[in-house]
Design a protein around this ligand. Structure first.
Ligand SMILES: *[C@@H]1O[C@H](CO)[C@@H](O)[C@H](O)[C@H]1NC(C)=O
Ligand SMILES: *[C@@H]1O[C@H](CO)[C@@H](O)[C@H](O)[C@H]1NC(C)=O
Ligand SMILES: *[C@@H]1O[C@H](CO)[C@@H](O)[C@H](O)[C@H]1NC(C)=O
Ligand SMILES: *[C@@H]1O[C@H](CO)[C@@H](O)[C@H](O)[C@H]1NC(C)=O
Ligand SMILES: *[C@@H]1O[C@H](CO)[C@@H](O)[C@H](O)[C@H]1NC(C)=O
Ligand SMILES: *[C@@H]1O[C@H](CO)[C@@H](O)[C@H](O)[C@H]1NC(C)=O
Ligand SMILES: *[C@@H]1O[C@H](CO)[C@@H](O)[C@H](O)[C@H]1NC(C)=O
Ligand SMILES: CC(=O)N[C@H]1CO[C@H](CO)[C@@H](O)[C@@H]1O
Length: 706
């Protein structure tokens, strides 16, 4: 019976896979590129660049078509003022066989870029190269020829002008010094502050405790994810993408690097699939070596089985077969020991921590630490996170097993087993071939990998950490720019996982790429345990971190999000009063099960601010926004970019409401933060400056009127 059930499930999985798309599709590539040309024509350069990127990821490498995508994108990047990225795309185009007869136009763009970057010598050289090319090239029609020559002489003139009158060196970027805190790392826990220490007792398991008094805002932990996998997420409507003549399906995969999660400007596509896109060739090469050579042809399957299975696979690929099998075998030995009283005794006797070194008062060796008692972000630490096997239902475990086996079988079928087991280095992309051995069984080595993967999938239920970022949403009314936290990736942070769950955590979490920073959100006296709030859910009756409660809480969270959506719909239908009623109800519902610092609580406040702003009730709007800002500050820190954007919004509202002195101080704070993150020349800073000027002239006229 069970076998038949498994068979049915496996067939369903295969059917589903056909729907997920991760392969190259040249026809779709061409459509994207044409659409991009259309957007370029109407000067919507950001959208154009995005469409050209999409085209590049769908195009097969090897033909000139890919080079056209890069050349086209370089034009959009040039207009956006991203000269360095533009130069990189031009050399990519040349590297992929850009047609000779089209070259002059692109080389001219290169010269212009170099000129803008102040590299005059290089610009002059590029110009003579274009001239040479044009005289060689018979195919250029005479009018085009004339136009090019005219452009060349203009540029040459500009080069000469710049040479004779060099611009003053741009003023040194006087960024504000962040209060650089003394950061001292703990000797025995990698990434943790020296104010923390790791404890272990049978009742509480492993946990972190303050070993000295900790101040609000103090950094407690800086950790790089052991593994992280980008969540595809829903497709998003971006601010400039809402005139949907062509539905640009933008997902996280189009916006963030597949490996390091950096925001993408001009993505480098994988040469094998259309899904993985990188911030640079370097990231692409590293991902290929570490895991993508295996994952590339599994794309559709991985998108179908879900991100937890994907994380599990990538975890074992990063660890390598030798380390995986060492720990799997060790865990088998430990299990045997547990069922054999004599061995168990021996096991306990060997447990004392060699570093504790106090005779007669030996502590047990803390699981996950290496033999010298150091806990660090390693595969061993990941392996020792608790899978809570007994808490999962048999159905759930069965489903996880099925997905893991499906992945391993696919790896065997496609002849990628050798790559997985590191038996030979295959750095080049080779088309996987069906392997001759038609056996339905997993090989003994793949069985070991599968066992470890299953363990990781189960661990993730409790230990998965979501990496979130603030993402800008379409602003309907244009008065206030809206941002929302979205889940970007799922990751294992073995040190962060040492923090136990609590309803009212005493820390805040913020992310930069694949690294996390933990700060104290309130003073923590010496000797207290440090608590973290996973997924930031609060538990209904004090029983924390139980899977059951997590599931039902997720349901309530989902319901709440639907309510919020409805309220926003009311708002867009001009039914502001009803929208306010609904949002206030959301707020009181949410208060019953979310901690006051939950990001969703902030989001509701934010929407309330938005409604009041559309009604011109600036005072109420400001009050709600201030509540939202308090939450953002807890989560992202007082000088985070998120905080900067919230203050920017508040400044707009205070400005509109003529709250002069409050507006001025808010502008000041926003300026300080945003000039660090976005640069003193950014549009946000310019707008803040304009508001300030306006406000400083305002009082006289207002006073005269009143
Ligand atoms: C894109 O490339 C095509 C083919 O080379 C060209 O005709 C078109 O003008 C290019 N568009 C832009 C914006 O560069
Ligand atoms: C680091 O952690 C250890 C053990 O967890 C603890 O005893 C020690 O006080 C901490 N501080 C430093 C500076 O290592
Ligand atoms: C434990 O890890 C630390 C840091 O990587 C290393 O210096 C030490 O040699 C390791 N100890 C053992 C016994 O492997
Ligand atoms: C096929 O592979 C399975 C698992 O690796 C192995 O047990 C079996 O001996 C292989 N059969 C042949 C004919 O190589
Ligand atoms: C994020 O990390 C990068 C390097 O990885 C660093 O250059 C940048 O300053 C960091 N950003 C913030 C806001 O800390
Ligand atoms: C830290 O969090 C725990 C759990 O919620 C709580 O018991 C403790 O009082 C908090 N500590 C401080 C200083 O707030
Ligand atoms: C809402 O009101 C604004 C101005 O009051 C109007 O321009 C807009 O068309 C209205 N929208 C709807 C859906 O009624
Ligand atoms: C108080 C509390 O929640 N303790 C938990 C801390 O985490 C360990 C596992 O890492 C659990 O076993 C404890 O129950």
């Amino acid at each position: 019976e069970e076998k038949r059930e498994a068979f049915k499930e496996a067939a369903a999985l295969r059917r589903l896979c056909r729907r997920a798309r991760a392969g190259k599709e040249p026809a779709a590539a061409r459509r994207c590129r044409e659409e991009g040309n259309g957007r370029f024509g109407s000067r919507r350069y950001r959208e154009a660049a995005r469409l050209y990127s999409q085209a590049a990821s769908l195009e097969r490498p090897g033909g000139p078509d890919l080079s056209l995508c890069f050349a086209n994108r370089s034009a959009a990047l040039f207009h956006l003022g991203h000269f360095q990225a533009c130069l990189e795309d031009i050399s990519r185009a040349q590297g992929h066989g850009y047609p000779d007869k089209l070259l002059p136009k692109v080389l001219l763009r290169k010269a212009e870029c170099l000129l803008c970057l102040g590299r005059l010598q290089d610009a002059a050289e590029a110009l003579s190269a274009v001239e040479k090319k044009i005289t060689e090239c018979q195919t250029v029609t005479s009018t085009a020829h004339q136009a090019l020559l005219k452009k060349i002489s203009q540029l040459k003139k500009k080069v000469r002008e710049k040479e004779s009158c060099p611009e003053p060196a741009s003023e040194a970027h006087d960024a504000i010094q962040r209060e650089s805190e003394i950061w001292e790392e703990n000797d025995s826990i990698s990434g943790a502050s020296s104010s923390l220490s790791l404890r272990f007792d049978l009742e509480r398991g492993r946990h972190l405790v303050a070993s000295q008094d900790i101040l609000t805002g103090q950094d407690l932990l800086k950790e790089e994810a052991f593994v992280s996998v980008l969540c595809p997420g829903e497709s998003l409507l971006l601010p400039d993408g809402n005139e949907a003549t062509w539905d640009i399906q933008v997902t996280n995969a189009d916006l963030y690097c597949h490996r390091c999660l950096k925001q993408l400007l001009a993505s480098v596509p994988c040469s094998g699939c259309s899904y993985a896109k990188y911030c640079s060739q370097k990231c692409a090469d590293q991902a290929w070596k570490q895991y993508h050579r295996t994952e590339c042809s599994l794309g559709a399957l991985l998108l179908t089985v879900g991100v937890f299975c994907h994380v599990a696979l990538r975890t074992v690929l990063l660890a390598g077969f030798a380390e995986v099998s060492r720990l799997v075998e060790q865990s088998h030995d430990d299990d045997k020991d547990l069922h054999n009283p004599e061995a168990r005794c021996k096991h306990l006797n060997k447990a004392p921590n060699p570093r504790a070194g106090v005779p007669g008062k030996a502590e047990p060796l803390i699981p996950g630490c290496n033999d010298s008692g150091r806990y660090q972000s390693s595969y061993q630490a990941v392996f020792n996170l608790l899978p809570h096997t007994e808490k999962h239902s048999p159905e759930h475990k069965f489903l996880c097993l099925l997905s893991v086996v499906a992945i391993c079988k696919k790896i065997q079928e496609t002849g990628l087993e050798a790559a997985v087991l590191n038996r030979e280095e295959c750095e080049e992309w080779v088309k996987p071939q069906a392997c001759g051995n038609g056996s339905d069984e997993l090989s003994p080595r793949m069985k070991i990998m599968a066992e470890a993967m299953l363990r990781h999938v189960l661990q993730l239920q409790c230990n998965a950490q979501a990496i979130t970022v603030m993402q800008e949403l379409g602003s309907e009314d244009g008065a206030v720019v809206n941002k929302k936290p979205v889940r970007l990736a799922t990751a294992f942070f073995p040190v962060l996982s040492l923090l136990n769950h609590s309803c009212s955590p005493n820390i805040s979490v913020s992310f930069n790429g694949t690294s996390v920073t933990i700060r104290a959100s309130r003073p923590i006296p010496r000797g207290q345990e440090i608590f973290h709030c996973y997924d930031l859910l609060c538990c209904s009756n004090g029983a924390c971190a139980l899977l059951v409660s997590r599931e039902s809480l997720s349901q309530r969270l989902w319901d709440l999000q639907q309510q919020i959506k409805k309220a926003l719909k009311l708002l867009s239908d001009n039914k502001s009063d009803q929208a306010i009623k609904m949002l206030l109800k959301c707020q009181s519902d949410a208060g019953n099960f979310l901690s006051p610092e939950h990001l969703l609580m902030g989001e509701v406040e934010d929407h309330l601010a938005q409604v009041y702003a559309t009604l011109g009730k600036w005072k109420e709007a400001a009050r709600h926004l201030q509540s939202s800002i308090r939450i953002v500050e807890i989560h992202h820190g007082p000088s985070s970019v998120e905080m900067g954007h919230e203050l920017f919004k508040l400044a707009q509202i205070l400005f509109n409401g003529f709250a002069v002195s409050e507006a001025l101080s808010t502008i000041q704070r926003a300026e300080e933060i945003l000039s660090v993150h976005c640069g003193p020349q950014s549009t946000q800073i310019q707008e803040l400056k304009e508001m300030k000027t306006c406000l400083l002239e305002l009082p006289k006229s207002i006073l005269q009127r009143t």
